[in-house]
Design a binder for this molecule. Structure first.
Ligand SMILES: C=CC1=C(C)c2cc3[nH]c(cc4nc(cc5[nH]c(cc1n2)c(C)c5CCC(=O)O)C(CCC(=O)O)=C4C)c(C)c3C=C
Ligand SMILES: [Fe+2]
Ligand SMILES: [Fe+2]
Length: 336
C-alpha cells in the first residue's frame, strides 16, 4: 500500500532534539537570473504580499521581476563574498557557533526562500529520527511576514509526516535580556573603538502600515526594543531616533524612513551618524548594501560627512550565548 505520508527511516542515536534556525533566504548568485528565482519565490508568499493572485501575478511577472532582478543583482554584487551571500555565510557561522554551545541539540539552519529549504532540512532530521523540534526564526521582532511565514513552511512539511515530532515555535525575542545585553555591548564596543557619532539611528526593516493596523505587533516590538536599548546606552531623547528602512511597493510603510531621516539630519548640520539595525540577526543586503553603502552615499550627498554602520550581532559570542540561553529556556522539560 502506498502512503501519502513521509514515514522516515529508523532512528539513529544522534540527539533527537533539533534546534531549527530559520532565516529569510537569499539568492544562490548575484545574477539577475538567480535573483529573479529568489524574488519569485519570496514575492509569491501571501504572508509577504497579500494580494489575490489574479491581481498580483501580472504585476509581479510583467513588471517587478524583470525590472527589479537586474537592479537588485547589482546591489548583491556589491556585498557578495567568496563564500556566497553574506546572509547565508553569516547565518551558517551563527549556526555552527550555536552547535558548539548546545551539544544537547542537533542544530540546523534552513532558509524560508531558496536553500537550504525548510522542507529538505526537516526531512534530513526525520531521517535521523528526530523526536523534538524547537523552531527559532532569526528575527527578534515578530511579524506575520517573517516569523509566521517561517512557521508556515515548517507546518507545510510536517503536514506530510505520519509520525510528528514534538514541536515548539519561538515567536520573538524583542525584549530578551541576553539579546539586549549583546546589543548594548556591541554598540558600546563600537564606540570604544571609533568614538561616538552625533546621533544614533536605530533602524528596522519596514512593513506596510496596513499590516500593523491588521494586528501585527512588529512596530510595537521595534519601539520597545529601541527604547530599551537607548535607555541602556544612557542616551537622551535628542541623541537617538528610531527609523524604518527597505521600503517596497507603493502603499504607505512605517516611518520615519531611514534614508529621509539621514538626509534631514545632514541638512540640519549633523556630520556624523551611527546606525545600528537590531532587526537583523546577521548582516545582509539590507544592512551591508542599503545602509553601509547606499544610505552612507545619500547622507554625504545631502551634506553629511560620515555614516558608520555598526555591524549586526552575527556570530559574536554574546549573541551566541543569548540565543543558546533562549533555546534552552524554550526546551525546558524536554529530555536532554
Ligand atoms: C528583518 C525583518 C524583515 C521584515 C519584517 C521584512 C518584511 C518585508 N520584506 C519585503 C520585501 C523584501 N525584503 C527583501 C530583503 C530582505 N528582507 C529582510 C528581512 C525582513 N523583511 C532581509 C534579511 C532581507 C535581505 C535578504 C538578503 O539576501 O540579504 C527583499 C529583497 C531585496 C530587494 O528586492 O530589495 C524584498 C523584495 C516585504 C514586502 C516585507 C513585508 C511585507
Ligand atoms: Fe505568479
Ligand atoms: Fe524584507
Amino acid at each position: 500500500m502506498t502512503s501519502r505520508f513521509r514515514d522516515g527511516t529508523p532512528p539513529t542515536p544522534a540527539s533527537r532534539t533539533a534546534l531549527l534556525l530559520v532565516n529569510l533566504g537569499t539568492p544562490d548568485a548575484a545574477t539577475p537570473r538567480a535573483v529573479r528565482r529568489y524574488l519569485g519565490q519570496f514575492l509569491h508568499d501571501y504572508r509577504v504580499v497579500d494580494l489575490t493572485r489574479w491581481l498580483w501575478c501580472p504585476i509581479l511577472h510583467g513588471v517587478i521581476l524583470p525590472l527589479r532582478a537586474r537592479k537588485v543583482a547589482r546591489n548583491y554584487a556589491r556585498v557578495w563574498t567568496a563564500q556566497g551571500s553574506p546572509l547565508l555565510v553569516l547565518s551558517q557561522e551563527l549556526a555552527q557557533a550555536l552547535q558548539a554551545q548546545l551539544p544537547e541539540f542537533d542544530v540546523r539552519l534552513a532558509m524560508r526562500y531558496g536553500k537550504p529549504a525548510v522542507s529538505e532540512t526537516l526531512q534530513a532530521l526525520q531521517a535521523r529520527g528526530v523526536e523534538r523540534v524547537l523552531v527559532l526564526p532569526l528575527y527578534p521582532q515578530y511579524s506575520a511576514s517573517t516569523v509566521a511565514s517561517a512557521h508556515d513552511a515548517v507546518m507545510a512539511e510536517l503536514a506530510q509526516w505520519r509520525r510528528l515530532p514534538e514541536l515548539r515555535l519561538i515567536n520573538d525575542y524583542h525584549r530578551d535580556e541576553g539579546w539586549l545585553d549583546a546589543l548594548e555591548a556591541s554598540v558600546e564596543n563600537f564606540w570604544d573603538l571609533h568614538g561616538r557619532g552625533e546621533k544614533l539611528l536605530i533602524s528596522f526593516h519596514g512593513l506596510p502600515e496596513r499590516f500593523v493596523r491588521a494586528g501585527d505587533p512588529y512596530q510595537q516590538q521595534c519601539e520597545t526594543g529601541a527604547r530599551l536599548l537607548a535607555q541602556r546606552l544612557g542616551l537622551g531623547e535628542d541623541q537617538w531616533q528610531l527609523t524604518y528602512q527597505s521600503r517596497f511597493g507603493r502603499e504607505p510603510w512605517l516611518g520615519p524612513a531611514t534614508d529621509h531621516t539621514l538626509a534631514a539630519l545632514a541638512k540640519a548640520g549633523v556630520k556624523t551618524v551611527d546606525v545600528v539595525c537590531p532587526g537583523f540577526a546577521v548582516d545582509c543586503l539590507e544592512t551591508l548594501e542599503e545602509i553601509a553603502i547606499a544610505n552612507a552615499d545619500g547622507f554625504r550627498q545631502a551634506g553629511g560627512e560620515t555614516l558608520r554602520y555598526i555591524p549586526a550581532l552575527n556570530a559574536q559570542p554574546a549573541h551566541v550565548a543569548a540565543l543558546a540561553h533562549l533555546a534552552r529556556r524554550h526546551a525546558s522539560g524536554w529530555p536532554q
